[in-house]
Each structure stands twice: as structure tokens, then as C-alpha cells.
Design a protein around this ligand. Structure first.
Ligand code: GDP
Ligand code: IMO
Ligand code: MG
Length: 421
């Protein structure tokens, strides 16, 4: 029981990386478990900003082991770019980055199909076009290539041929796209093999061995509970389990390894891409949240849709993930709002709902309460006592409605702009 799960409770971009970076100082190993380069995880240290798409957000703490787990879909180009940046800054990845041999590889046709599907479908998802859905689909269809395959040239070639025979027909007939040449992709895979040669292993075994030696592990969620393929707002979700289930299957750890589940929760809500968002504010307040919170996607640069805190969405995340405490982020962004709205439940056709509906979320009407805001800049607060009274009331209101403790408050992007309770 030495592992802490740090997971998003809303539609992603909750500030997971900032919190993971903070807690990484006390950990030995940080593991990404699912998703791929659709994630954009921002860490700011002394005004220097790093955005991670695949490498765990603990990497800036020298000497910590960072694992890309078996549940991740790995974009070769994105990983190499991220490695280049970190190595040019002096980070020793040969020593500290460990990649699962069972993680699936995103190949160029996955990106093509992701883009083409978005163009064709009339009901768009607004994906990141990083090839995530097509790669997870191939995994389920048993057409995927795994990182471990790159070390066995002959079988790799056979597997790739088998896949390309199907993909090239798909590309041509469904999308009128040119075929891929096996030689071209083999070359990419061989270059990748040379780069990651010493880093690839059976990470499930490595993690269990590490726990037996008493090492502390942080399991880093990507996306958020409301983007989970089963528990999120399907079909406007990502293609993996962004909830606790994906953390376990994507790392190979089991329930007995987990000590805490910290739910990362923004003090308001954002969403990128399409899909229902009951507390979205399309007016001046939403615009103000976007501007004050610099709410633009870390992966695609798209403006994030903004709105108010939603208690029902959080209760859903609490149930699904067994959240033991909340880290509340971006509280500083709410400074200057005279009134702060918070949805405490939903109505549908005048009837109060007991839980978040799985299908007709667009039809629900949020029931709002309004709390008094505060005008003070709180970004220099380092203790709960430093916060204005109304900010403390906002925190208590959330705690009472969720019956959960808020154990961490973030009041700025920098590592040190944090309050531990
Ligand atoms: P993640 O995907 O959950 O890791 O979150 P992102 O990195 O996509 O987005 C969070 C954004 O908010 C990043 O730009 C962070 O630097 C920034 N951020 C994180 N915590 C805070 C905070 O408490 N206050 C402010 N103002 N910005 C924050
Ligand atoms: P982090 O880890 C916010 C969204 C996309 C789109 C949907 C499906 O930074 O919180 P995909 O490319 O996964 O097929 O897109 O999911 N999405 C995210 N939104 N944060 C993320 O990750 C996201 N990853 C995917 O915008 O709506
Ligand atoms: Mg993000």
C-alpha cells in the first residue's frame, strides 16, 4: 500500500501535472498509465514552463524514476521531441526513463485516420488528432504493435505487414489516402529502437519489485473522469479509461497497492472539444475565467470552454475512483468575481436527479447556489489562514457538499504556489 493515485475528476486539464510535480519530491517512481500525447501536462518551476505529453510529470526531480506504463499509447514523434527537450536541459533519461514493452505504438496511419474520421463524421468529438482512438481501436482489434515488438526485426516486419495489408485498404477505400510503405515505417521503428534501447522493460514486474523494496509510487492520471470511455460523457470522451480502472490496468498494479486517491479538481470547470457541459458559461463570466486562467489547450492551443464548479460531476468522480481527498487547483483565478456560482445538483423536466445521467446530459439544468467572492490576489498565500474569509467559505462549501477533505490548494502555476492543509 505505497502508491498514490493522482487523477483528474473533471474534463481534464485540472492542473494534475502541477500537483504531481509537487508530490513527486516524496516519491521514488512516477508512472503514466493510460492515454498518450493527447495529454498536455504543464509544470512551472521558477518561471520555466515544461509541457509533458508522454513523460511523467515527476521527471524534473532529478533521480526519480519515470515510467511510461503498458496502458499508454505511445506517439513516437512526440516522445522523441520530449526527450530532445529534456536531454538538452541536462536531464538523464537513459538513467531515469523506463518504458513498458507492452505499451502500444502510435504509427502515422493512426494520426491520419484520427484526422480523417473527424473530418467525415457529422457529430464531431473534437479530438486532439494524436491518433489516440485509432491506436486503442487497433489494440482491441489485435492489430496493434507494442514497444517490445521493435526488438525482434523479423517478427516485427511480419506483424507490420499484417497490419498494413488492412490499414492500406482502409486508408484507400474509406479515406482516399495514399498507402504506407513497410520500409518507411520499419526505418522509423528502427530509429526509435536505437533511441530507447536500454529503457524498455516489463514495467509491471519492475513496479511490483519496487513496491516490495518499499519504494513509493505516484500513478499519474491523464485526462479526467468525465472523459473516461465508460464513465464519461460518451461519445465525447477519450478512448481509454481515464479513471482508476485505467490506472490499474495501465500499470499492472492491483487494488492492494493503492494507499490514496487524490482527485485533482479545478475550482471552476473547463472542457476542450465537443460534448455536454451543463455548467458552461458562454457569457462574460466564462470569457473572464478563460482570460484569468489562461485557458488554452496545452496540446492543441484550442480555447477551453469555461464554466462553474459542478458538485454532481465531482460526486460521480468520487464514487467511481474512491477518491480519498481533493487537491483544489486554480483558486487564484476566482479572485475578483463578485459572486461565484456553484452547481449543487441537476433538474430534468422539473425533477431533481439523484446522479449524473449517462446519456442525456445536454438536457439537464444545473441548480445553482451563489457564494460571495473575494477581491484579494491570493497567489502569495501559503497557508489556509492567509486566504480571505470568502475563499475559505468556498472551500468549506465544496468539502461539505462532497463529504471530502481538500488537502491541497493551488494558488498559482508555480510549484511553490501551493497550500498544504
Ligand atoms: P493537466 O493536464 O491537468 O496537467 O493541466 P494543464 O497543464 O493542461 O493545464 C493547467 C494549466 O493551469 C497549466 O497552464 C498550469 O501551469 C496552470 N496551473 C496549474 N495550477 C494552477 C493554479 O493554481 N493557478 C493558476 N493560475 N494556474 C495554474
Ligand atoms: P490532460 O491529461 C483535456 C479531449 C479532447 C477531445 C476528447 C477526445 O491534459 O488533462 P482524443 O484525442 O483523446 O481522442 O480526444 O478528449 N482530451 C482532453 N481534454 N485534457 C486532456 O488531457 C485531454 N485528452 C483528450 O479535447 O474532446
Ligand atoms: Mg492538460
Amino acid at each position: 500500500m505505497n502508491s498514490t493515485v493522482i487523477i483528474g475528476t473533471q474534463w481534464g486539464d485540472e492542473g494534475k501535472a502541477k500537483v504531481i510535480d509537487y508530490f513527486s519530491r516524496e516519491a521514488d517512481i512516477i508512472v503514466r498509465c493510460q492515454g498518450g500525447a493527447n495529454a498536455g501536462h504543464t509544470v512551472v518551476v521558477n518561471n520555466q514552463k515544461f509541457i509533458f505529453h508522454l513523460i511523467p510529470s515527476g521527471i524534473l526531480h532529478k533521480g526519480k524514476k519515470c515510467v511510461i506504463g503498458n496502458g499508454v499509447v505511445l506517439g513516437i514523434k512526440e516522445l522523441m521531441e520530449e526527450m530532445d527537450i529534456l536531454e538538452s536541459e541536462g536531464y538523464n533519461l537513459k538513467e531515469n526513463l523506463i518504458i513498458s514493452d507492452a505499451a502500444h505504438l502510435i504509427l502515422p496511419y493512426h494520426n491520419d485516420i484520427d484526422g480523417a474520421m473527424e473530418t467525415i463524421r457529422s457529430d464531431k468529438i473534437g479530438t486532439t488528432k494524436r491518433g489516440i482512438g485509432p491506436c486503442y481501436s487497433d489494440k482491441s482489434l489485435r492489430l496493434g504493435l507494442r514497444v517490445g515488438d521493435i526488438f525482434y526485426k523479423d517478427t516485427l516486419k511480419k506483424k507490420l505487414k499484417n497490419t498494413l495489408d488492412i490499414k492500406n485498404i482502409q486508408l484507400d477505400r474509406l479515406f482516399s489516402m495514399p498507402p504506407y510503405n513497410i520500409k518507411e515505417i520499419m526505418k522509423t521503428l528502427e530509429n526509435f529502437r536505437d533511441r530507447v534501447d536500454d529503457m524498455v522493460t516489463n514495467t509491471q514486474y519492475y513496479l511490483h519489485q519496487s513496491l516490495e523494496k518499499g519504494k513509493k509510487i505516484i500513478l499519474e492520471g491523464a485526462q479526467g473522469n468525465a472523459l473516461d470511455i465508460d464513465h464519461g460523457t460518451y461519445p465525447y470522451v477519450t478512448s481509454s479509461n481515464a479513471s482508476i480502472g485505467g490506472v490499474l490496468t495501465g500499470s499492472g498494479l492491483n487494488t492492494s497497492c493503492i494507499k490514496n486517491v487524490i482527485g485533482i479538481t479545478k475550482a471552476y470547470i473547463t472542457r476542450v472539444g465537443e460534448g455536454p457541459f451543463p455548467t458552461e458559461d458562454k457569457g462574460e463570466d466564462g470569457k473572464r475565467l478563460r482570460e484569468r486562467g489562461a485557458e488554452f489547450g496545452a496540446t492543441t492551443g484550442r480555447p477551453r470552454r469555461c464554466g462553474w464548479f459542478d458538485v454532481e460531476l465531482l460526486k460521480h468522480a468520487k464514487r467511481i475512483n474512491g477518491i480519498t481527498s481533493i487537491a483544489l487547483t486554480k483558486l487564484d483565478v476566482l479572485s475578483g468575481f463578485e459572486k461565484i456560482k456553484i452547481a449543487v445538483g441537476y433538474h430534468i423536466n422539473g425533477k431533481r436527479l439523484a446522479f449524473l445521467p449517462s446519456t442525456n446530459l445536454t438536457d439537464v439544468e444545473p441548480i445553482y447556489e451563489e457564494l460571495d467572492g473575494w477581491s484579494e490576489d491570493i497567489s502569495d498565500c501559503r497557508s489556509i489562514k492567509d486566504l480571505p474569509n470568502n475563499a475559505r467559505k468556498y472551500i468549506s462549501f465544496i468539502e461539505n457538499n462532497l463529504d471530502l477533505k481538500i488537502s491541497f490548494i493551488s494558488v498559482g502555476a508555480d510549484r511553490d504556489q501551493s497550500i498544504i492543509i
